[in-house]
Design a protein around this ligand. Structure first.
Ligand SMILES: Nc1ncnc2c1ncn2[C@@H]1O[C@H](COP(=O)(O)OP(=O)(O)O)[C@@H](O)[C@H]1O
Ligand SMILES: [Mg+2]
Length: 439
């Protein structure tokens, strides 16, 4: 930098520190008189006795009359009237860089094991705007996820965003772990939002394993953390993925679950006085979700392929969050409890799932084989009850006879052991060979 530029920079530095003081605490909210700050700015609150003072980080979430409404990133109980609030005049930033790969961090980007961050990281803001839609390259190429049913029948494109809809215990974590270990993406960013601590440990140790962690950055905000931390987990993970996309990489982002992110936003919305609408969700939830989910996908430099899990109770796909998310994304995979109960894992219900990008990116022969398999499966499922009670007589319908012949082979094709790793090309060859057998 030239001397004159430096002088200008010095001249423009804001050398004031802005302070306020705590007036009231209402539930999760802290109201303070001052400091001068904008929505989304981070502030530090000095709490505790004067001898043992510590700094708590909070964010400006609103204003009421003359007061600034702050929400802390941690639970605090030693706050008192008059506690000093210092503005940083900046929204939340986290440190990112290749040194973060293989690490498990919290929503503020700090290692969960308490270790120090490596040197050489850059600061990025967690709240970014989605890329301009006009500048976004269309999705042209597929990406290996290493799960046969997906690669062959629900092919995912580089930069595609897919919702995984499922209840609890049907194999979400196992599936995400498989994808993280098997995918040909350059790097995984995995956000675990609102899970219990035990589930997080199980995911990292069992589902992801050391080989998966080696090529991943995991961001964790457990269910016991304040709503703001849970929301920020989603933002931080997305910002990390964006950083690597801007470096030209093909990033895989997995967020488990986006429903818990929506619930955290609802908690904040209700606390700042928003009116509840559908199922108690506040308007800001429906404003936040598209903004968050539109940040992934392609840009001029690289791609973020994203999987967002959505919790659906008893297969209720019309629940407001499921409905909103499905409308934003380019595909949805439904994990079916009935299949899981039968031991068919991964429990993806092919007929209820769709990849909206697949037809643009796969070869014709592959497409035809995939369509044929769907047709056979659908014919079988439609007559399954009749077949099972023995009411179907062989020879009555050529289609159903064919579907019955194929069915056992299709099921064993769809099943995949957790540690069975298969490339996309192998999966496609197997699909073509299966259809070519004639059942
Ligand atoms: N590919 C698979 N092969 C065999 N069993 C599986 C597979 N995926 C899931 N399971 C079984 O389902 C259980 C629940 O899976 P999990 O991924 O923890 O579900 P969720 O994250 O949806 O709660 C696992 O403990 C495992 O027994
Ligand atoms: Mg799980």
């Amino acid at each position: 930098m030239k001397a004159i530029e430096l002088l200008n920079e010095i001249h423009n530095i804001d050398s004031y520190k802005r302070f306020g003081k705590v007036a009231r605490v209402v539930g999760l909210m802290i109201e303070s008189q001052g400091p001068e700050a904008s929505i989304g700015d981070v502030c530090h609150i000095y709490v505790g006795s004067s001898k043992k003072q510590r700094k708590v980080t909070a964010e400006v979430v609103g204003f009421r009359d003359e007061f600034v409404i702050l929400m802390p990133f941690t639970n605090i109980n030693d706050i008192s009237p008059g506690s000093i609030v210092e503005a940083t005049s900046k929204p939340l930033q986290v440190k990112v860089g290749s040194g973060l790969i293989g690490k498990v961090v919290d929503s503020l980007g700090l290692p969960l094991d308490g270790s120090l961050l490596p040197k050489g990281l850059s600061s990025v803001g967690t709240d970014q705007s989605p890329p301009n839609p006009m500048d976004r390259p269309t999705i042209e190429e597929s990406i290996d996820v290493g799960v046969r049913v997906i690669d062959s029948l629900l092919t995912v494109g580089k930069g595609q965003r897919v919702g995984i809809f499922a209840g609890s215990g049907v194999g979400k974590s196992t599936l995400l772990g498989m994808i993280a270990r098997n995918t040909t993406a350059d790097l995984n960013v995995i956000a675990l939002i609102g899970e219990r601590g035990r589930e997080v440990k199980e995911f990292i140790e069992r589902d992801l394993g050391p080989e998966g962690l080696k090529r991943s950055i995991v961001v964790v905000a457990t269910s016991d953390q304040p709503a703001l931390m849970r929301i920020k987990g989603a933002y931080t993970a997305t910002a990390i993925a964006e950083y690597f996309r801007d470096k030209g990489l093909n990033v895989m982002l997995m967020m488990d679950s986006v429903t818990r992110v929506a619930m955290a936003q609802r908690e904040i919305g209700l606390a700042v006085g928003e009116p509840p609408t559908t199922k108690g969700y506040t308007p800001s939830v429906f404003a936040t979700l598209p903004k968050l989910l539109e940040r992934t996908g392609t840009n001029q430099h690289g791609t973020i392929t994203a999987f967002y899990t959505v919790l659906v109770d008893g297969d209720d796909m019309n629940e407001p969050i499921a409905d909103t998310v499905r409308g934003i994304l380019d595909g949805h995979f439904v994990l079916d409890r009935q299949l899981a109960n039968k031991g068919q894992f991964p429990a993806i219900n092919v007929l209820k799932s769709i990849s909206r990008v697949m037809n643009h990116i796969v070869a014709t022969e592959h497409k035809i084989s995939a369509e044929k398999l769907r047709e056979l499966l659908s014919t079988y499922i439609n007559s399954e009850d009749l077949i099972n009670i023995g009411a179907y007589k062989r020879g009555s319908s050529r289609e159903i006879d064919e579907a019955i012949r194929y069915y056992p082979k299709i099921i064993s094709f769809l099943k995949q052991g957790t540690h069975e790793s298969i490339s996309r090309d192998e999966s496609i060859e197997m699909l073509k060979a299966l259809i070519g057998t004639g059942g």
